[in-house]
Ligand binder design. Sequence first.
Ligand code: NDP
Length: 512
Amino acid sequence: MAKKTTGRSRSGVDSAGSGALATTDDRRPAALDWDYAPAPESAAIGRIRERYQMFSGGKFLEGNGPDLVSINPATEQSLATVSTASTGDVDDAVRAARSAYDRVWSTMSGAERGKYLFRIARGIAERARELAVVETLDNGKPIKESRDVDVPTASAHFFYHAGWADKLEHAGFGPRPRPLGVAGQVIPWNFPLLMAAWKIAPALAAGNTVVIKPAETTPLSILVLAEIIADADLPPGVVNILPGAGDIGAHLVTHPALDKVAFTGSTEVGRQIQRSLAGTGRKLTLELGGKAANIIFDDAPIDQAVEGIVNGIFFNQGHVCCAGSRLLVQESVAEEVIDKLTERISTLRLGDPMDKNTDIGAINSAAQLATITSLAQSGEDEGAQRWTAACPIPDHGYFFPPTVFTDVSQSMRIAREEIFGPVLSVLTFRTPDEAVAKANNTPYGLSAGVWTEKGSRILGMANALRAGVVWANTFNRFDPAAAFGGYKESGFGREGGRSGLAAYLDTDEGAA
Ligand code: NDP
């Protein structure tokens, strides 16, 4: 990417910004104070309206819950007012979903269902730029991430599952896999559109209908998805989208007329849901928190590993359930890795999420910023060494600079609790066994990363790590064909791939 001098007079660039080099005494050019020219995406592309309605029974309707105002976390300005559902609206939506299931969706051929999914996938792709802008304004994530990851992967999930819709009988689920019925789904704020796609696409492909609640702080992109779904002429009631607060989520997931519940969010809420569904016989999948270990062996390609560490913890401001938030480095290379890492982090650009050059955007809410700030403070209080990138913080909005803690012990809160922010805790190890023991020393078990050039070590570690996903010499890679999910307090059930479909099917015993 082209760089541009700013005309500031630090570090050898002349104050007129002409780019003329000053030289040091040994006649080498001094370091240039180069900066990126601002490259903001236009907010107008998002076509954000003043008011949004819920989508139920195939119609956009005013809900009977209190309005909510969605805030741009990078500016603290309000973006739009959103009508929310009441408990009565949830009941109506579940009824609409049941009727759509009985009348049309469960009896439609897989090939026909697949056509609708293809249309939705195409609709997302056609409105990709608009969706990326909406997501970035509403969530705070950098535009380059919503543009290059969230939106294309959401579309890919519909494409992938469209292909499954007419092949379920041949997928190893036995001769007659059947849909479950009506699914109640609740999603979080970290990947609003992508989580909607993860939940809706497999449910529809398998022949279920859906009532879904987005997070309070990020309702907008899924309501654009509702327009795409309406434009695809999906039969009314097959997908119902109900913005609302946690109490509406609680009413939805405990609704007695549901056949399946799928939740992504905090372990605490996941636990409550599991407790309230115990004994009902309803199928449940939970995708909860994580505290992933990213493990660097001394034979790893260090420069690539440093990129992987940065991607592992700073992607999406660290608001990622599978973030590599615990770095485990082999002692013999720890100094080199940390030096290179802090040097690399110092080049990250934090600021306006709408700027295409921004690496670290805004924290999604004031509440999440407070959580991150207090957990980082606990790291200092418990005796870890804190290093924070010296990047300027914007005057408005919720921002937290990339932060690395060293001298971390396993008992500290920053090594045990999900921070869900741009904060990395570094621990060291001497042997592979010690790395495994430390990596598994967590109540979570969602993901892990292994960096080494030895294939046998990768396979050995993947077997020994209690994590649903283990990345080797990479991190945070997502593909609709790959199953994703956790062990222990990270939840159960899988999303994506063939096993993700199984979570929405009633199969003959032992066949799946
Ligand atoms: P929550 O688990 O509270 O929120 C996730 C979703 O559940 C939201 O849609 C929320 O609605 C809804 N919800 C809240 N309470 C209930 C309930 N009793 N029954 C059903 N649904 C409910 O997460 P938070 O947003 O409060 O984040 C807290 C922490 O959780 C984070 O700091 C992070 O550590 C972790 N987290 C993990 C995620 C993951 O991907 N695994 C995602 C998000 C958070 P509403 O938004 O209206 O409250």
